[in-house]
Design a protein around this ligand. Structure first.
Ligand code: C2E
Ligand code: MG
Ligand code: MG
Ligand code: MG
Length: 285
């Protein structure tokens, strides 16, 4: 149809563009309200230690309870938040919230549970980042060794000197760092050896190709062996099947995160999940 009537097709295209720009603006305005109106919520996905089968930590994942559209996932709104700069206040809210839950988790009898928070590119490059994070953890009065920040290769490698300075400053406060979605960027682990990174998260695209692609196996093996030789632990993301789990166990992957064990869930569900998990661990002893 587009070929028969280029004029119509142009107008159609234009209208699409228009809708999409309007949609973006609308989303941005909604998001601004969301932050004020408490529509944002953290979900928590457990990370399991492969050696002990215990929950070592949780990744905090943002969700938006939109009044009309229901639960909206981060892949839909993080890019908008990133472009508009809203990711900066949202990101600090996430860290504050994670610190609150960290406090609570100790009171609930889960001491030592690690809380991992994602830091976006833009937030990492906010001039007041280290200062603001310092203030948040100081006010929350939490054990900072239980707080882990996840960054991607591109956020770290954009300005390596800046990254080194920030990571060291925060690391001195006790915060640890994980390299997220590893394998999808262009850096190698050896580029990162001077940064205080204690964990690498293998991107789920590799894990999900296990059994279908020999390359995925080779890449995962190489990441694990190089990381371990640098004293860095490895988490595999997106583990869904027995086969994937078995392969990762054989390769001495340290932890796994994926639907196989648990999906991201609201705080109250996580508390129930942890209680069940602890109970079955007690029964086994
Ligand atoms: P990520 O940090 O790589 O988080 C892991 C994503 O993989 C999560 O998606 C999680 O739900 C999903 N996942 C975990 N296990 C499985 C599995 O077995 N199968 C499949 N198919 N998926 C699995 P989610 O929650 O939709 O988050 C997507 C991305 O949004 C995150 O990727 C992260 O980059 C970003 N994000 C989430 N929360 C925040 C936040 O608070 N701040 C920032 N800056 N980014 C965030
Ligand atoms: Mg992450
Ligand atoms: Mg990831
Ligand atoms: Mg990802």
């Amino acid at each position: 149809e587009a070929k028969r009537d280029p004029g119509t097709s142009y107008r159609f295209y234009d209208r699409q563009l228009h809708i999409s720009a309007g949609y973006q603006l609308r989303l941005e305005a909604d998001l601004r309200n969301a932050l004020r109106g408490k529509e944002l919520e953290l979900y928590y996905q457990p990370r399991i230690d492969l050696a002990t089968e215990e929950v070592r930590g949780v990744e905090c994942l943002l969700r938006w309870n939109h009044p009309e559209r229901g639960l909206v996932g981060p892949d839909e709104f993080i890019p908008v938040a990133e472009r508009s700069g809203l990711i900066v206040p949202i990101g600090y809210w996430v860290i504050e919230q994670a610190c609150k839950r960290l406090q609570e988790s100790t009171e609930l009898g889960f001491p030592g549970l690690v809380f991992a928070v994602n830091l976006s590119f833009r937030q990492f490059h906010d001039r007041k980042m280290t200062e603001t994070i310092f203030r948040i953890i100081f006010n929350a009065n939490v054990d900072t060794s239980l707080l882990e920040l996840e960054l991607t290769e591109s956020a770290m490698m954009h300005d390596p000197e800046y990254a080194q300075r920030c990571l060291r400053e925060l690391n001195q406060l006790g915060i640890s760092f994980a390299l997220d979605d590893f394998g999808t960027g262009f850096s190698s682990l050896s580029n990162l050896q001077h940064l205080p990174i204690s964990l690498v998260k293998i991107d789920k695209s590799f894990v999900q190709e296990l059994g279908q692609s020999a390359d995925a196996e080779h890449i995962i093996r190489a990441i694990i062996s190089l990381a371990h030789s640098l004293q860095i632990s490895v988490v595999a993301e997106g583990v869904e099947t027995d086969g994937q789990l078995e392969f990762l166990r054989q390769q001495h992957c340290d932890e796994i995160q994926g639907y196989y064990y648990a999906r991201p869930m609201p705080w109250n569900d996580l508390v129930q999940f942890m209680n069940r998990q602890n109970q079955s661990a007690c029964l086994q002893k």
